[in-house]
Design a protein around this ligand. Structure first.
Ligand code: NCD
Length: 356
């Protein structure tokens, strides 16, 4: 595996994150200066799952740096439809392009691809697992508006079970301290155990609450999320969970004057339209920040060796228990485990707890 992939946000050191944010600011202020920075370089965007913002922001980021883009957003138009393995697709594309940006509904796919790629692989979202470039976007937006990643009151609302942006964001915040998190969801859509236990073992305070109303006056940041319809087993189950938490102008009356409302987007019905006009609604600005921070990421990955990815040894283990794990779809993949919190072992691809 080449040592310069962006698979998990926490592969970044905090100083690397600070450098990326500073570079994004510089790019934003001096766009012309960077407009040929990656001339002649090619990005491949391999999207096995729908996307608007992430795909377009990576593509625009590369184009604005003077590079070009190839790829697919509908795998039925590629050799994947003929049954080509992830390993073969990755090896071929890594011979053509300089960086791969990959999204998949199957958890651990970008990490699996990185094992066979000669060029950097960026995780653009893997199933319900992680979405590190959205986390970069979120952290950059928070820094711009709050000037810090510590001592904040942060409400996280919606589908905490299936929302990969939430999992990535909370994993990132685990490395900072003094924050108070209010987790706002139904019991059915509460955080997965591995994310929750990781968060409560950090130097932050965590409260599980049942409504936006009871905490909105305390919050510095409210991170709203969509109920992830595509990850439900049936339409009925989705219907039971949708429309429960809605941010509206009435609730906003109780919020602080400098509350930041964030949302990875797309939003469906969890934010009333009128809230868009409130200057505390930062989600469109957040999406714009996403393009600049992705420019900084690509530029850094292609110009030097920023990220030192951990290497996980192959292990002799039974199959991963998670049916959505890439190892249960691409059978040739070696089993790999990593240790979590120095005690338990989790699958290195999807982070599901498995017996070693
Ligand atoms: C998110 C995603 O795909 O996980 N969107 C995004 O990348 N900006 C959130 C979502 O789909 O709800």
């Amino acid at each position: 595996m080449k040592n310069n992939n962006f698979i998990d946000f926490n592969d970044l050191q905090i100083e690397d994150l600070e450098k990326l944010c500073a570079l994004a600011d510089d790019i934003r202020a001096n766009r012309e200066q960077y407009s040929r920075a990656l001339a002649g370089r090619v990005m491949a965007t391999l999207f096995y799952e729908p996307s608007t913002r992430t795909q377009f922001s990576f593509q625009t980021a590369m184009l604005r740096l003077g590079g070009s883009v190839i790829g697919f957003s509908d795998p039925s138009n590629s050799s994947v439809a003929k049954g080509e393995s992830l390993k073969d697709t990755t090896k071929i594309v890594s011979g053509y392009a300089d960086v791969i940006v990959m999204r998949s509904p199957v958890e651990g796919t970008p990490y699996a691809a990185s094992l066979y790629s000669e060029i950097p692989v960026i995780n653009a979202g893997d199933g319900g697992h992680l979405h590190p470039s959205q986390t970069l976007t979120d952290m950059y937006t928070i820094l711009k508006h709050k000037k810090r990643w510590t001592d904040l009151s942060i409400g996280i609302c919606g589908d905490l079970l299936n929302g990969r942006t939430v999992h990535s964001l909370l994993k990132a915040f685990r490395r900072f301290s003094g924050n108070t998190f209010y987790l706002i969801s139904t019991k059915e859509l509460a955080l997965p155990e591995y994310v929750y236990s990781d968060l409560i073992s950090s130097n932050n305070t965590v409260h599980v609450v049942g409504s936006i109303e009871e905490v909105i006056d305390k919050l510095d940041i409210l991170y709203m999320t969509r109920i992830q319809k595509e990850r439900f087993a049936s339409a009925e189950e989705y219907e039971r969970q949708s429309g429960i938490f809605v941010l509206d102008t009435k609730k906003m009356e109780k919020a602080k004057k400098d509350l930041c409302i964030l949302h990875p987007l797309p939003k469906v019905d969890e934010i009333e339209d009128a809230v868009d006009d409130d200057e505390r609604a930062l989600y469109f600005e957040q999406a714009k920040c996403g393009m600049y921070i992705r420019m900084a990421l690509i530029l850094t990955l292609l110009k030097n060796d920023l990220i030192k990815n951990p290497v996980y040894e192959n292990i002799d283990a039974k199959k991963c228990k998670n049916p959505r794990c890439v190892t249960n779809h691409e059978k040739y993949l070696p089993k790999k485990a990593k240790s979590q919190n120095d005690s338990e072992w989790v699958c290195a691809y999807c982070e599901c707890t498995n017996e070693k």
